[in-house]
Unconditional design. Structure first.
Length: 141
């Protein structure tokens, strides 16, 4: 019997890292690198990340394909935001985490977006490249 590989579930990590970012910014601020007067910038970045996610969710829904990270897709997304990035949901989450970090203002809060990117970027590339090879198509550049 083969061992079952552990799967990374990005929404769980995103929520945990969001809470970590808020906690680090509020209770363990290492160094204030962004003054409170720039809090609105963080809110704008959070809004952009949220809208990016909503746009991607809408496209998944209209193409009737799965949102599950380990689900079997029924369509290769090539329109809308997918013309710009192959992983708009991951990008949206990184923007949300980055916006929360800007809002918190401390250096320690910026650990979360970096961790999320380092965890999910290799996973997304591996799954995406495997899908393109399976479909017989060229890998996007």
């Amino acid at each position: 019997m083969k061992p079952v590989p552990k799967k990374i579930f990005p929404p769980i990590y995103a929520l945990a890292l969001l809470l970590l970012s808020i906690g680090l910014g509020k209770y363990l601020p290492v160094l204030e690198i962004i003054p409170p007067s720039f809090a609105a910038v963080g809110i704008v970045v959070i809004a952009v990340g949220s809208l990016l996610n909503l746009w991607a969710f809408f496209l998944f829904w209209t193409h009737r394909t799965t949102l599950k990270p380990y689900g079997e897709p029924s369509a290769l997304m090539k329109s809308g935001i997918f013309r710009v990035t192959r992983n708009p949901i991951y990008l949206g989450v990184v923007l949300i985490l980055f916006g929360v970090s800007i809002r918190a203002g401390s250096l320690s809060a910026f650990v979360s977006p970096a961790i999320f990117f380092l965890l999910c970027e290799p996973l997304a590339k591996l799954k995406q490249e495997g899908y393109f090879l399976f479909c017989g198509g060229p890998l996007p550049t």
